[in-house]
Design a protein around this ligand. Sequence first.
Ligand code: GCV
Length: 666
Amino acid sequence: MMDYNLAWLSYRNIPWYEDRKFFQTIVTREKHVVIKTAVAELCRAAEEMFGMQPEITDRQERKDNFGKNRICLVMDAGISVAGGYRIEEYGGQISIFSGDASGILYGAYALVRRVQRELPLTGLKLQELPDMPLRMLNHWDNMDGSIERGYAGSSFFFKEGEILLNDRTRDYIRLAASVGINGVVINNVNVSGDATRLITDEYELSLKRMAAELEAYGITLYLSLNFAAPIELGDLDTADPEAEEVQSWWKEKMARLFQRIPNLGGFLVKADSEGRPGPFTYGRTHAQGANMLADMIKPYGGLIIWRCFVYNCTQDWRDKKTDRARSAYDNFMPLDGQFAENVILQIKNGPMDFQVREPVSPLFGSLEKTNQILEVQIAQEYTGQQKHVCYLIPMFKEILDFHTYCRKTKDKVSDIVSGRTFLQTECGMAAVANTGSDRNWTGHDLAAANWFGFGRLAFSASLTAEEIAEEWCECTFGPDRETTAAVTRILMMSWPAYEKYTSVLGIGWMVNPGNHYGPNVDGYEYDRWGTYHRADHRGIGVERGRAGTGYTSTYLEPNAAMYENIASCPEELLLFFHYIPYDYKMKSGKTLIQHIYDTHFEGVEDVEKMIGIWEGIRGKIPEEIFRRVKERLNHQREHAEEWRDQVNTYFYRKSFIADEKGRKIY
Ligand code: GCV
């Protein structure tokens, strides 16, 4: 008995589905391992949905039943975007065309999705070409089985220092591949202890097996790397990237590793960040650090994915000039053009750290000569930790749709990370994963929509957040219109609701230090992390304009002027960019303080609405899932009330301005 479900790949039995007839035969002449996977996936779907066992053949023609009722998997050089596919039904035959094996697999999954939604296959014409070349999941899993910022149980990759490879791993791989993921980093970016030794012979066999399992689904294995490995593995007393002994050490290590695991994709590196070692210790730049490693793995086609999450985490809260928001830009912008071809900078979506609302990182659009990956976090560290429902795809859409003005056309973040703007191929999106060994993979059943949605969005950035929500919902629960409408409504309400009852207008934080869960308005205010709100009795907000930290000037025009000027600054980011008095009039005509009170009351009301909507579909969702979600929604309501009351009380006590509507504030 499996102690987990298969999320959106839990196929329902639908013997009434007319177009099941196409699954009678699967035809392919291709021998590629990923195409074998595609065949196996189609067979599994046919078996589970219709109790059918398709005949598998490499014969294109059959005298008795020419071309009828079959699915053909065909390589077609005409589709030149890697992973792209075209599906066509013609004369009783469905053909899935692609220029490469992964595309055939993605086409097979797309076909199955349509079946799950009980949409017709007859007359089908569908083409999808992936927007992002790299579509990655970053797991922050530790080798003892814990997960940093993990909210869905323990790791299914590691336990007690060992690598796990079992049915659960395989089902994880299926789920990831089914939404187009093509790269996975299995260990935490904070690399220490056993994880430092992942590059040694010790783990060679397990990693080799892991890489092969992933490869069969078109996914490349990556590891996080410890920059100080030459020291920590006890071989050298320096990790200086310019030191000859360090270079030969890495050269030898990498040669051995890639010889044994030639399909390893490369490494993700967190350096000089939050106490992790890096090139700064030796007076070297990030370009020197990254390029040295890149050089060592270039012969094997490997990539170094270097994170830009670099900032001073020992700041003095009294210092109003140092601005953590500037940090990634100040550190990396001067290095544009200095990175090797096989280095990619991985940039968090915002300049701070996965808050519920942040402006887009100013590195996007400014860096012109450097490969870039957009990093988002579907682990809901600051967005309800998978106890609150918070569908993040609308946020990711806004980020992708942001105009940087780096060019007259193709200037959006989605253009840049798809490679269209600067004609790059080593680019894409990565998400900090939200999975774990919980029965439903993601803690909150509705959080699976973020995993599914991230993959779908990275593949097809033009899909809307609603389309993705509906697709996820119907694949997971079946195509019941009422259920789809209700669940989609809850998902679409959830990010704005979370923002309303927590920290509005871009101010962020206000969480309990350490675990980052629950309200604590001053939790980080007098601390060293550079995460302040600067509220006093007159107003609140961080002055990041010219009169303050000057962060606004890191944007290209006209964005810089838009943010600089309070009147044109988008209101949802007002307190991120400016210190604003409580009696400031918002566009709605309300004062700032009234806006704060109102949104916090509204946020709780929104959660109550979500509970009502969920209750309305009882009986349409498997009872076990219904109850799990209901329990979490009830917790969310209580927790939202706590947020509302703490935040409103805090600002009432600071400002001494009463709520116009006379509601209870403590
Ligand atoms: C993996 C935040 C998190 C850390 C995380 C870090 C990062 O600061 O709280 O747990 O470390 O981001 O992205 O490296």
